[in-house]
Structure formats: structure tokens, C-alpha cells
Design a protein. Structure first.
Length: 256
């Protein structure tokens, strides 16, 4: 896995310019070793440091593409679910197995197994399973800031999401609710749930974390989606260079 991670990192460096490449490596592979300290500190002070950590956002994007592809290729869940589980586990290992990515991987695996067995999927149960597994096999993670930030933010989203999705609206009101109100409320709630662990571990909280998340999170998500295609398109010189240029420009815009 280290060798594959190194090859992918080199491939990113060939396609994307230097400074944006470090940002893309952090997003795609969890490798923040080359990311300037000033960028890391800036993200943390804005209250958006979690966007640099591999988490549910990364796996949801990856799983979305995987499931869409395999459902067309093979519509049987008995095949699709195990393959998706293996890919999730492989990605978690490839990216170094941080607490946040392991939490997301365990939750994804629980959801996929529930789908395979035809059982009702309960995200809160999946979160509890992920927490129990991590605490059993790595009790030291209880002292890790990433553990508390990841679980606090996820809990906030899982608690609030059902209440939001069950509110029935139509027309323009529905569009405004889904595209503006939901993201604002979810981001605000997640930020509030992470205030206590942030204050305890870092001794400070960001007063602009909510607007910063609303502005930067979509940009990071789009950059991540584009970055997922880089290893595949690197073998196509013209197309790979074009995508690398777009990713580099978008990553530079996000950092600036």
C-alpha cells in the first residue's frame, strides 16, 4: 500500500502544479507532509481544518461512483456490496487509516452489510458500531482530537438530518430549503457540536467557522471529485493535463 500510495502521489505531482499538488495529495491520499504549515494553520483558525482530514465526505464521493458503476455492470447486491466493502477497506489502508477515515469506513461497511442482508439501515447504529470497534481495538483514540471532532460532527448531522428531510415542501420553497436552509442548518449544528472538543484540544474556537464551512466546503468537495479522476486520466496525456490544470486552478482558488 505504501508503494501504491507513493506512485499515486508521484502521479499527482506530474499532473498538478506544486502548491496545489500538495493540497490534492492531502485531500486524495491523506498525505499532508508537503502542505505548507501556513495553509494548515489557516484552515484550523478558520474552523475548517476537518476539510483536510479524510472522512465521510471522501468515502461518500468514492462510494457514489463505485456503486453507480457496479450497479450498471452488475445489479446484484450480493456482488456489489462485498466489492464496495473491499474498496472502502483498501482506501482506508491506502490513506493511512486515520481515526476519521476509519470511522467513515466502519460506518460505510455497516451500511453496506445492512443493504446486503436487506436490513433497515440505521446511521446512528452504524456510528455506535464504529465507535465501539475503534475503542476496543485502539483505546488510545479516546485521547485523539480527531476522534471527538469526527464523531461529534457526524452525530450532529445524523440527529438533525431526519428532522430536515421529513419536512415536506414544494416548488421554490423546496428548492430553497434543500439547497440553502439544509446546508446552513447542518453546518451550523455540526460546528456547534464540535465547539467543546475544539476548545478543549486547541484552547480556542473560530467565530467564522460556520460561514467559512459554507463557502469552502463545496469548493473542497468539487476539488476532491475532480482529484479522484487524476490517477485514471494521467495515462491520457492531453486529457490528463487538462484535468490537472483544472484541479490545480481550483485548488489554488480554494487555498487563496
Amino acid at each position: 500500500m505504501r508503494r501504491l500510495r507513493g506512485r499515486l502521489s508521484d502521479e499527482v505531482g506530474k499532473i498538478v502544479p506544486e502548491r496545489p499538488a500538495e493540497f490534492v495529495r492531502a485531500l486524495l491520499l491523506g498525505d499532508r507532509s508537503g502542505l505548507p504549515l501556513s495553509d494548515t494553520v489557516a484552515f484550523r483558525r478558520l474552523g475548517i481544518g476537518h476539510l483536510l482530514a479524510l472522512s465521510g465526505l471522501h468515502l461518500s464521493v468514492l462510494l457514489g461512483f463505485v456503486l453507480a458503476f457496479f450497479r450498471r455492470l452488475c445489479p446484484y447486491r450480493a456482488v456489489t456490496a462485498p466489492v464496495a466493502c473491499l474498496l472502502v477497506a483498501a482506501y482506508a489502508m491506502l490513506t493511512g487509516g486515520s481515526v476519521s477515515i476509519l470511522r467513515a469506513a466502519l460506518m460505510s461497511g455497516t451500511a453496506l452489510l445492512s443493504w446486503l442482508w436487506g436490513a433497515r439501515r440505521d446511521p446512528l447504529t452504524a456510528l455506535a458500531v464504529a465507535g465501539a470497534v475503534l475503542m476496543i481495538f485502539s483505546p488510545g483514540c479516546a485521547y485523539d482530537c480527531a476522534f471527538w471532532l469526527s464523531f461529534s460532527a457526524t452525530l450532529a448531522i445524523l440527529v438533525l438530518s431526519p428532522w430536515l428531510t421529513h419536512r415536506k415542501t414544494n416548488g421554490i420553497r423546496r428548492l430553497l430549503t434543500e439547497k440553502i436552509l439544509f446546508p446552513v442548518l447542518l453546518t451550523s449544528c455540526a460546528s456547534l457540536f464540535t465547539l467543546l472538543p475544539t476548545a478543549l484540544f486547541f484552547g480556542r474556537i473560530s467565530t467564522v467557522s460556520i460561514p467559512a464551512n459554507l463557502l469552502i466546503a463545496p469548493m473542497v468537495e468539487l476539488c476532491l471529485i475532480l482529484s479522484l479522476f487524476l490517477p485514471l486520466l494521467g495515462a491520457i496525456p492531453a486529457f490528463g493535463s487538462f484535468v490537472g490544470f483544472v484541479v490545480g486552478k481550483w485548488a489554488s482558488l480554494t487555498l487563496d
